[in-house]
Structures are given as structure tokens and as C-alpha cells.
Ligand binder design. Structure first.
Ligand SMILES: [Zn+2]
Length: 264
């Protein structure tokens, strides 16, 4: 099993990060950690160097931080990423988050930033990790549509739709050859179960988004999650797809290795 989306840089792991990684090494084939904030890049790159062929990294600017960076600063961030390309297997998470960003003008900034990162990923010959979330009001339910339009306009080919939650747009995403990764939300949400049901095994990957989304469903103040929870996700997928855990394990591992080009 491979966790293709987690956040090992988070403070939640600061007291026992090495122990968590050792536990992951006993149970998983690899971990892809995602640095969503430039302040976390250094720690993430260190982890990659300390655990070669096991910890892999993606990095970008999370769409929720769209207000924090000027055009010029984004350019500087990209420069840093380019210099550390040897420690990266993907660009992101990037995308659209209409829950965090409500103002129209800031949403268009978010869209511009998304376009820039998609182009940057192409330039570096790396896949894109897309985070897409709708806002809570009726008018903010088009983040998925906007994000898919942007990815199509940019002719993005290697795309991981992290925690993808839009059933109406699933077929379109799959027809584009993109990958869906799902986490423990699939243990509880009917919507996500149906997304897994309707996604071919060849386009599925496992993730946890840890330290968040513990399989028990405990909220923010609840239990800390870690990458080994992909087991619970794989077991649930096997149940939904009426197949064995072993088949899901083998297929999702193969998909992740190919998608990210992991050297394990
Ligand atoms: Zn994430």
C-alpha cells in the first residue's frame, strides 16, 4: 500500500515524527507527503532526503492561501521548487477551494494561481495534485466545474484529483485519464462510496490526508490520523468493489508507482 496524499510536515507529528515514519515503513511500500505551504518545504525536503525511496514529496501552494501570495512571491516559490526538483514527484496541492475563499475577485486569483501551477508542473514534467472544494452556499457549488474546465483548457494529462467529490463530473474526469484518490471519508460518505464504485480500479489511488480524517470519523479535536490508515481505506474499497483487499492493494500500489514515477 502507498499513501499518496498526507501531510507529514504538520505540527501534529512534531513530537514523534520518526516513530510514525518507522511504523509506516513496517506497513507500507511508500508515502507521498504533500507540502501545501512554502514554510513547510524545507522540512518536507529533509524527510525525502532522510528516507530515500520511501518518502516522496509533492509541493505547491494550497488554494486556501490564495490571498497570502503576490504574483512575484509565487514566482519565487516556483524558483525554489525548480531548484529542488530532484526531491519532488508532483506539484500541488493546487486547485480551487471556494469554501475558504468566498470573494469573487479572490476566486479569480485562485484560478490564475491554479493555471500557473498546472503550467509549472508541465514545465517540470511532473503530475498535478488537485484539491477542489465547493463553498457551502448554492452559488459556490461550481468549483469542480471550474477546476475541470481549467485542467482541460491547459490540457493537463497527469492529474491526481485528491479526495474528488463530484459525482456529476466523475465520468468527464475519468475520460480525461485522470486519477481519483480517496481517503477514510469513504467509510462514511455515500457520495464518496459511489465515486469509488464508479471509478475503474486502474484509476484509483489510496490516500489518508493525515493528520486529518481519522477512520473513526473523530473531528479536528479527535484522534490524529497517520498514513497506515490506508489499510482501512483499501479494505472499504474492496468491499464496495466486491473484490479482495489484495487486489485493491496491488492495483492502487501499481497505479501510484506509475503515476508518480516512484523509485522504490
Ligand atoms: Zn491535503
Amino acid at each position: 500500500m502507498i499513501d499518496t496524499h498526507c501531510h507529514l510536515e504538520q505540527r501534529d507529528y512534531s513530537s514523534d515524527r520518526q516513530e510514525v515514519i518507522e511504523k509506516c515503513k513496517r506497513e507500507l511500500q511508500a508515502v507521498v507527503t504533500c507540502a501545501p505551504d512554502p514554510k513547510d518545504y524545507a522540512l518536507t525536503f529533509d524527510l525525502v532526503q532522510q528516507h530515500p525511496n520511501f518518502i516522496f514529496a509533492t509541493a505547491g501552494i494550497h488554494p486556501q492561501y490564495a490571498k497570502r501570495f503576490t504574483e512575484e512571491e509565487i514566482g519565487q516559490v516556483m524558483h525554489t521548487l525548480k531548484e529542488n526538483k530532484d526531491k519532488l514527484v508532483g506539484i500541488g496541492e493546487t486547485g480551487l477551494d471556494y469554501d475558504f475563499i468566498q470573494e469573487k475577485e479572490w476566486r479569480s486569483r485562485q484560478q490564475e494561481m491554479f493555471v500557473r501551477f498546472i503550467r509549472f508542473a508541465k514545465q517540470l514534467n511532473l503530475p498535478v495534485i488537485a484539491h477542489i472544494r465547493n463553498g457551502s452556499d448554492k452559488e459556490s457549488e461550481n468549483a469542480f466545474e471550474h477546476a475541470i474546465e481549467i485542467l482541460e483548457q491547459e490540457a493537463a494529462q497527469r492529474v491526481q484529483l485528491h479526495m474528488f467529490g463530484s459525482r456529476p463530473l466523475l465520468k468527464r474526469a475519468l475520460d480525461n485519464g485522470w486519477y481519483i484518490s480517496t481517503n477514510a471519508i469513504v467509510l462514511r460518505s455515500k457520495n464518496y462510496k459511489k465515486i469509488v464504485r464508479d471509478t475503474p480500479i486502474g484509476q484509483l489511488m489510496l490516500e489518508t490526508d493525515s493528520p486529518w480524517l481519522h477512520p473513526t470519523g473523530a473531528g479536528k479535536a479527535g484522534q490524529r490520523n497517520d498514513p497506515t490508515a490506508v489499510r482501512a481505506v483499501a479494505e472499504k474499497i474492496a468491499e464496495i468493489k466486491k473484490t479482495s483487499f489484495e487486489e485493491i492493494d496491488a492495483a492502487t500500489t501499481k497505479n501510484a508507482i506509475e503515476f508518480f514515477g516512484l523509485k522504490i
